[in-house]
Structure formats: structure tokens, C-alpha cells
Design a protein around this ligand. Structure first.
Ligand SMILES: [Zn+2]
Length: 365
């Protein structure tokens, strides 16, 4: 079994759950938007004003009032990417950041609605991204797949057109159909999108859907029962419905959760009140992701570390979360096997947690 070159074995002196240990922990990232990987300095002061978004003077990240202001900002920033070289660099830099965080595979969601310069020629758009990801894989050993996303609020005609394109063009780099956007503004759209997901599935594409972010638990139900997705993006408001939580656990439906994003967009009030731990403890497979790393100023390691601290996750839990990230990814089967093997090797070689600390009273970190 080939262990990817991106992964370094744990060092004997690495404390389990420390930032270095988490950085070396082999994992995947499965909820990452291309739109959230556009450098924030792409957008100038004037465009920023027009989008109605200010910037944090401390770290330079945008400040969003809510999901609607966030989506409006994406329209402004992505519209400024008109050169193929910019797209290639954005894709390449995703691989660079992944490798720096011990991420061996990324599933990257892109939504054509935010990219007006490229909307008329999506094959060219995907071609530029493909070149960037291929260079990233060659240089950093990170594999990447793209998930074409529909928009909850777009017209039925537009979404049909996109799925028609996907099924006829079939670009190698695109592995899945997704849907995102403002769920609460769109209302329940499961019935409308279900036939499109059925078509994509029938043509061999993976499926995932944003749900249970701005929609309630009913959005998650629709994603699972009507769209029949393999994994749910966010899905955290499933926690409001105990019967649904039980169902997700019994059917092992993975939720790809982005804790910082949920706090920054006001879906939850704080990390400590985030339902990820309740969902995980109830047996729902969860992974931890960044959503939009450059816009929220977070990395995968940051997210694992924050959860580890907020919920006292020990090395076993962190290993489970990493395992879910790999298992729920849309990586090729052989790549998945390699990542699982790298994770098993890493966990096997990690030193056992030290004696119980007097302050915490357990093995958590
Ligand atoms: Zn998202």
C-alpha cells in the first residue's frame, strides 16, 4: 500500500491532539467552496462597498451580517476572476493549503452562478481548474474532485441546463452534483431538484447537498429522502429532530460540518453551543471542514483544534472524524484505501496518551 508523500509520520515527541499532531493526522476535506478560496485582496474597496461588506481591521477577513450578505459578496469577488491563470492559481493554492494541513484529498464545490465571466464556457472554466489541481497533485500529492453545484433559488430551466451540460460534457475532474445557496429564501425545493439528482446519479456522479444550515431539520430530511444524497453539507439543524438524528445514525449518513462558518454566519451563537458534538455522540458520522477558508480566515487544522478544545475530543475521536472525512469523500476507491491506510498507520504509531492530567481528570485534550 502506497502511503501518500504528503503525510509525515507522527514524531515520538508529538503530544496527541497538539497542533503538530493534528497537522500530521491524515484526512480529507469534503466541504470546501471554490468561491471561498478566492483571495480576499482580489476585491477592492469600491467593490467591497458595493457588496455591502466591511473588513475586519485585525485580520483583513470580510465581516458578514448573514448568509445573504455572504452570498452577495461571492458574486462580487468571483466576478473579478476573468483570467484562466487566476483560476489555475486558485486551484493550485487549494492543494498547497491542503498539504500544509495534512489533507490528502479535497472535494471542491463550485457554483457557476457566481462566475459570470465563465458561465458561457464551463468546459474552459473546469479546464483551467483541472490544470491547477493537476499541478497541485504532482507537486504536493493532494488529489481533488469538483462538485458542480446548483443554486436553491435558481429557475428550474437554469438548473436543468446545468445538469444537461454536466451529463454531456462529463469533464473528468467533475465527480459530483451538489446544490447550495439560500435554503430559507428558496423554501422546500426537494421535489423540484429530485429528478436532476436522479439523472446525475444514474449517469454515475456522486451527490451531496447543502441542507440544515438556513433551513431547519426538514431540509435535511428532504436532502436524504428526496435528493437521496450520499452526504449532507452542514446538516446541523438535524439536531432539532431526535427521530431524524436516529435515522441519520442508523443509516450512517455523513454530515460535513463547518463549525467556524456556522458561527460567522450566525447559524449558531458560539462554538461551544454547536450541535456537532451532540450529533457525533448520537452516532452520526461527522467530518470537520472549513467551507470558505480565505473568507473566514480558518484552516482545517484550526477547525480540528477548536473542536478538540471545545468538546474535549481525544485522539480516538479525532481519528474517527478524520476517518469519516476520508470515507465520505468522493476520492477514487484506490485513493481512499491509501488514505485509510495512511490514517491507520499514523494512529498506530502515535504514542499513547499520557497519564491522566490532574486538571482535566481524563485523557481528553
Ligand atoms: Zn458550504
Amino acid at each position: 500500500m502506497v502511503v501518500p508523500t504528503t503525510f509525515e509520520p507522527p514524531r515520538p515527541w508529538d503530544e496527541p491532539c497538539s497542533p503538530d499532531w493534528i497537522r500530521r493526522l491524515p484526512k480529507a476535506e469534503v466541504h470546501l467552496h471554490l468561491e471561498g478560496c478566492v483571495p480576499t485582496d482580489t476585491i477592492g474597496a469600491e467593490d467591497s462597498r458595493r457588496s455591502g461588506v466591511g473588513f475586519d481591521p485585525q485580520d483583513g477577513t470580510p465581516i458578514f451580517r448573514d448568509l445573504a450578505s455572504f452570498l452577495a459578496f461571492l458574486d462580487h469577488s468571483c466576478a473579478l476572476i476573468t483570467d484562466g491563470g487566476q483560476l489555475e492559481k486558485i486551484a493550485y493554492d487549494i492543494a498547497v493549503r491542503a498539504a500544509a494541513n495534512g489533507v490528502g484529498h479535497v472535494d471542491v464545490i463550485f457554483n457557476p452562478v457566481h462566475w459570470p465571466a465563465w458561465r458561457p464556457d464551463l468546459e474552459k472554466f473546469v479546464g483551467h481548474l483541472d490544470r491547477g489541481f493537476a499541478s497541485g497533485e504532482a507537486d504536493h500529492g493532494v488529489t481533488a474532485g469538483l462538485c458542480l453545484s446548483l443554486t436553491r433559488t435558481q429557475s428550474p430551466g437554469e438548473s436543468v441546463e446545468l445538469v444537461d451540460w454536466l451529463l454531456s460534457a462529463r469533464p473528468d475532474r467533475v465527480v459530483a452534483l451538489s446544490v447550495d445557496g439560500n435554503e430559507s429564501a428558496a423554501g422546500r425545493t426537494g421535489q423540484r431538484f429530485a429528478p436532476l439528482f436522479e439523472r446525475a446519479r444514474g449517469a454515475g456522479f456522486h451527490t451531496c447537498a447543502h441542507a440544515g444550515e438556513s433551513s431547519g431539520s426538514e431540509g435535511v430530511r428532504d436532502a436524504v429522502d428526496l435528493l437521496r444524497v450520499e452526504r449532507v453539507d452542514h446538516g446541523i439543524r438535524a439536531a432539532e429532530d431526535p427521530a431524524l438524528v436516529e435515522q441519520l445514525a442508523a443509516r450512517a449518513v455523513p454530515l460535513d460540518i463547518c463549525p467556524t462558518s456556522n458561527v460567522r454566519l450566525g447559524v449558531v451563537t458560539s462554538l461551544t453551543t454547536h450541535p456537532i458534538e451532540r450529533l457525533r455522540a448520537a452516532g452520526v458520522p461527522v467530518s470537520v471542514n472549513t467551507d470558505d477558508p480565505l473568507l473566514f480566515g480558518v484552516s482545517v487544522v484550526d477547525e480540528y483544534l477548536s473542536c478538540s478544545e471545545a468538546f474535549s475530543w481525544d485522539p480516538v475521536v479525532l481519528g474517527e472524524v478524520a476517518r469519516t472525512s476520508i470515507e465520505s469523500s468522493f476520492a477514487e476507491p484506490e485513493r481512499k484505501r491509501g488514505l485509510h491506510a495512511a490514517l491507520a498507520l499514523f494512529l498506530g504509531e502515535s504514542r499513547a496518551p499520557g497519564p491522566r492530567s490532574e486538571s482535566s481528570g481524563d485523557d481528553s485534550c
